[in-house]
Design a protein. Structure first.
Length: 164
């Protein structure tokens, strides 16, 4: 598998993967995280692609996963206020909107490991009902840091971080 910047031509495939992810999450006890709002909207993904923050995971030329990645200081305003404590200080990376088409086991872990290798301090949040993601983050050695709020809905998010 390889990670690449997403291109405009990838948009329809990316939206197919997000549709699959919404169905997967609903079938695994997490119908509200993305399903209630049909998240993420296509316009947001277009902005992610234009800004160079949308990445795809390809295997044998086919897109099997997608995620948002960014790095910097105070890049995530929703992370400024946490009911808990972040591990790192200063610059960090974030992964959002990570999803796979389900065709290749380990796609999510591959993408998260790639992002962590780029920055050395990675933060991720997930819905309390997303037991699949919580389990993956724990397997990858992430630490639970506390609760944050997001502007998309009123459900709190569990915040995780790993520092190399």
């Amino acid at each position: 598998m390889v990670i690449e910047y997403a291109k405009k031509d990838d948009l329809s495939r990316i939206m197919e993967i997000y549709a699959h992810a919404r169905q997967f999450m609903a079938a695994n006890g997490n119908p509200r995280q993305w399903g209630a709002t049909n998240w993420p909207p296509e316009e947001l993904i277009k902005k992610d692609i234009q800004s160079g923050k949308c990445h795809v995971c390809r295997e044998n030329g086919n897109i099997v996963g997608v995620f948002f990645y960014d790095y910097g200081e105070r890049i995530e305003s929703t992370y400024d206020k946490i009911d808990g404590k972040w591990m790192g200080n200063g610059a960090y990376g974030v992964v959002h909107r990570i999803a796979s088409d389900g065709s290749r086991k380990g796609t999510g872990a591959f993408c998260i490991r790639w992002a962590l290798a780029q920055c050395g301090d990675l933060r991720i949040d997930t819905h309390g009902d997303n037991k699949v993601m919580q389990s993956l983050l724990e397997k990858l050695g992430f630490s639970y840091c506390g609760i944050i709020s997001v502007k998309e809905d009123n459900d709190p998010r569990l915040a995780y971080e790993k520092v190399l």
